[in-house]
Design a protein around this ligand. Structure first.
Ligand code: PLP
Length: 423
């Protein structure tokens, strides 16, 4: 059996059946923004590996950081032990976010779990039994139990789990559009807070861009108003920056658009430049002090691979690289190209709307039945994207060449055109 046959027989892929009902591509290697397939074909990467490969693949500085660290110390348990790379990383994250206390996690979903547990603990430390969270409709926060419970209840991939999930409180999502009126959503938040604040530990949201739950861009001012309302009731503001963080929206963190500081932030995806699985939950000093000085005293969580030195070293190299390059100019340039090129999609019959911010571009179709066909067309024409439902979208590495980005967008549009022509 060759390894693709083994894959087909033994390997379960994300959000898929076994064997997969859709075509799985064998990838041989990657470089910068190119994916080299087993069959010799080359694809331009329009996904940056689910928002993570912000510097492209195989960047010499990131490769070297890992090579160096593997000889020093590949892993050491984090219980009762400190090491240099973790210390450096936590200081960097603290400086970047303006928050103090960092808990390293092994994936984004885990950092969301830890954020929810921490919020409950903080409230308990203040002698309040508050076990509920407010979340936005269309939210996506991950695939583990707690994270699933704050994802959109019907539109998410998790509705099938029904009563297995804890029940939380959902509010109307802010209207689509960076400059749109969001008053209905704030009104809903205000009403729910008034009614349920005695049970609510925190409000969790994806700032400015809701990702996997609909690729929705909304007005950052919503966050300013939410900040004020939550402060009033001592309800923690939990910003899930796992997708938006490290520059994807044109600011280092999407919360920067609203000039707000959340109480808790989760980061992941781009944290290691797409090299290693790692995420972090970061809180204000007030939260860690309140918990640590209470009867509870400790945060009961500790993944085996917490603070893995390889992941820390490549995260440090990735953040350094980001800060020493003109990432914001690169992201601005990407945004400008999306601005211009996506206009050509707007006119198509199958297209409901287009939107973009930073390194993120989205075409929303009127129907949800074309995703696979569009993906197949793009692969055939040298572009890797992975649409879902009505959403044909691209998130690119900040190093992508202008012509490659144009090819990604134009191929997406041509794919939609080809379907229109066939109808
Ligand atoms: C991807 C994502 C997660 C989950 O992260 P994993 O590393 O896949 O567990 C959580 N929240 C948001 C906003 C995400 O985009």
């Amino acid at each position: 059996m060759n390894w693709l046959e083994i894959d087909n027989k033994h390997v379960w892929h994300p959000y898929n059946s076994l064997p997969s009902k859709t075509n799985i591509l064998g990838v041989k290697s990657t470089n910068k923004t190119t994916i080299y397939l087993n069959d010799g074909q080359e694809l331009i990467d329009g996904m940056s590996s689910w928002w993570s490969a912000i510097h492209g693949y195989n960047h010499p500085k990131l490769n070297n950081a890992l090579k160096k660290q593997v000889d020093i110390m590949p892993h050491i348990m984090f219980g009762g032990i400190a090491h240099e790379q973790a210390s450096i990383l936590c200081k960097k994250l603290s400086d970047l976010t303006g928050l103090n206390s960092v808990f390293l996690c092994d994936s984004g979903s885990v950092s969301v779990e830890v954020a929810l547990k921490t919020a409950i603990l903080y409230q308990k430390a203040k002698k309040k039994d508050k076990y509920k969270f407010i979340a936005l409709n269309n939210a996506y926060h991950g695939d583990t139990l707690g994270a699933m419970s704050v994802c959109d209840q019907t539109n998410s991939m998790h509705s099938i789990y029904g009563s297995y999930l804890p029940e939380h409180i959902f509010i109307k999502e802010p209207t689509l559009g960076f400059n749109s009126d969001y008053s209905e959503s704030i009104k809903d938040l205000e009403e729910k807070l008034l009614k349920y604040h005695e049970q609510i530990a925190g409000f969790i949201f994806e700032p400015v861009v809701q990702g996997a739950g609909g690729m929705r861009i909304y007005n950052p001012n919503f966050l300013k108003d939410a900040r004020k309302l939550c402060k009033k009731y001592d309800i923690l503001l939990i910003a899930d920056e796992i997708a938006t963080g490290f520059g994807h929206t044109g600011k280092m963190f999407a919360c920067d658009w609203a000039d707000i500081k959340p109480d808790i932030m989760t980061v992941g995806k781009g944290l290691t430049g797409g090299y290693m699985t790692m995420a972090a939950m970061i809180t204000s000093k007030n939260i860690s002090d309140t918990i640590s000085n209470s009867e509870i005293g400790v945060l009961m969580h500790g993944p085996t691979f917490m603070g893995n030195p390889l992941a820390c070293s490549v995260a440090n190299a990735s953040i350094d690289l980001l800060l020493e390059t003109n990432w914001n100019e690169n992201v601005k340039n990407i945004e400008n190209i999306f601005d211009i090129e996506l206009k050509n999609a707007q006119k198509l019959d199958l297209v409901a709307s287009v939107r973009n911010i930073g390194a993120i571009g989205v075409i929303e179709l009127k129907d949800d039945c074309y995703a696979q066909e569009i993906q197949d067309y793009c692969v055939k024409n040298g572009v890797w994207i992975r649409p879902f439902g009505k959403l044909i979208y691209s998130i690119v590495s900040y190093i992508i060449e202008d012509n490659d980005l144009k090819k990604v967008i134009r191929t997406m549009i041509n794919a939609i055109r080809s379907i229109e022509e066939k109808r």
